[in-house]
Design a protein around this ligand. Structure first.
Ligand SMILES: [Zn+2]
Length: 408
């Protein structure tokens, strides 16, 4: 087999295209391949597919292809142009690459596989492409995937804020809780950050939303109430966020009590911060005795901890009525605890209780898609590599969007 025929085969070139020349540069470890076509070939207008004769050629262009062994391989060709009555003078489509891409389809497929398995700087090393080229490939893959994505009803969504790498900039993420995919990303965590997601949905899609898990965050609440039909019964405040409030209150009680005790050099609470934040069953075995001894000491933080632990039962009830009865008992206990931080947390929770108890109809939380959260966490931990917010968003869609990224 001649080298030109070999490359025709490797590149999958079909008539009228053929390989005219192959150049091997051993010193540069590089193979250059030129594709050409015979005179008189007819070409399709890329818009209307009308068969037309050649008008002229654009300048020679180069595409990076899969390496030939360790040799970087580049394909060269001049793309024919046709003159269509309707669409003017236009470049035809070449079978080996997408319009405007500097890579062949096969190379893009490989690049997407590599980029989905390692971080961007690792991928640039393996693929021997530049940083900007890697991001360009990811952006194009995401754009392709989003264009292809079919509109569907997402029944249960989670709205979550993520702090972006530096400073206090936030992203709003909308997730499909059942599929574990990120459906929408917007900058900031304002009402219009979420409005943007709802605005892109059809009436059928909006009506199809059954539950929205979120933090007790006013802009998200307002956006959802304004855009989703019957949202009042569909918003479910994330139970872990609710527990976070009471957990913080326990920590405040501990800190204040520790300061009081230290005035008389009493170090009872020194180094105990995390003990009070664990759920009962997560307490490490080696600290169990220490913790039980503290619990016997009639400490304020011990009372606060017991109130916190009791609240967890709120999510265990099968019947809304029993749940509501439990809530009333718990609220009475918390507000009569003589612990100001606990009382304040109980008040905050009371103001939101109706949409906490919607959990009984729609048992959703933002922690439902654990796999998704840990993926986003991983992307975030590589965030030192993100030179801008756009790249961060691209990476989330690329890894978590559930998109079909490959060129066809
Ligand atoms: Zn045309």
């Amino acid at each position: 087999m001649q080298d030109t025929a070999l490359y025709e085969y490797l590149l999958g070139l079909k008539s009228p295209w053929s390989v005219s020349r192959v150049n091997l540069d051993v010193k540069e470890q590089r193979v250059d391949v030129w594709a050409e076509h015979p005179e008189g070939a007819k070409w399709e207008c890329p818009q209307c597919a009308k068969k037309l004769p050649l008008y002229d050629h654009s300048e020679e262009r180069t595409w990076r292809h899969l390496d030939s062994c360790q040799f970087q391989t580049h394909l060269h060709a001049r793309i024919p142009r046709v003159e269509c009555d309707e669409h003017g003078v236009v470049q035809v489509k070449v079978p080996w690459a997408e319009p405007r891409s500097r890579f062949t389809l096969l190379f893009e497929r490989l690049a997407i596989d590599v980029l989905s398995q390692c971080d961007v700087s690792g991928a640039t090393g393996i693929l021997r492409i530049s940083w900007d080229e890697a991001w360009g490939l990811m952006q194009r893959a995401v754009k392709r995937g989003k264009e292809r994505k079919k509109a569907r009803v997402v029944r249960r969504i989670g709205v979550d804020e993520k702090a972006a790498a530096k400073g206090h900039r936030y992203l709003t993420l909308v997730c499909d809780l059942d599929d574990g995919t990120v459906e929408h990303i917007a900058e900031d965590r304002k009402q219009d950050s979420l409005d943007g997601y709802y605005a892109g949905l059809s009436k059928k899609q909006l009506n199809g939303i059954e539950a929205v898990a979120m933090d007790m965050w006013k802009p998200y609440i307002q956006s959802t109430l304004a855009k989703v039909p019957d949202a009042a019964g569909k918003i479910v405040f994330d139970r872990f966020h609710v527990m976070g409030y009471i957990g913080k209150a326990v920590d405040t009680v501990r800190r204040q009590e520790h300061l009081e005790l230290m005035e008389s050099d009493d170090e009872t609470l020194k180094g105990t911060k995390h003990l009070w934040l664990y759920s009962r069953e997560n307490l490490p075995d080696w600290r169990r005795n220490e913790f039980n001894a503290l619990r016997r000491q009639e400490l304020k933080v011990g009372r606060a901890w017991a109130i916190k632990e009791a609240l967890r039962r709120l999510w265990n009830y099968a019947y809304p009525e029993s749940g509501r009865k439990f809530w009333k008992r718990w609220y009475f206990w918390a507000t009569h605890s003589r612990l100001a931080p606990v009382r304040a947390a109980a008040e905050t929770i009371r103001r939101h209780i109706d949409n906490i108890l919607t959990y009984y109809q729609h048992p959703v939380t933002n922690a439902m898609s654990e796999g998704l959260n840990s993926k986003i966490q991983k992307i975030k931990s590589m965030a030192c590599g993100f030179r801008n917010m756009e790249n961060f968003k691209t990476a989330i869609y690329f890894h978590c969007g559930g998109l079909d990224l490959y060129p066809c």
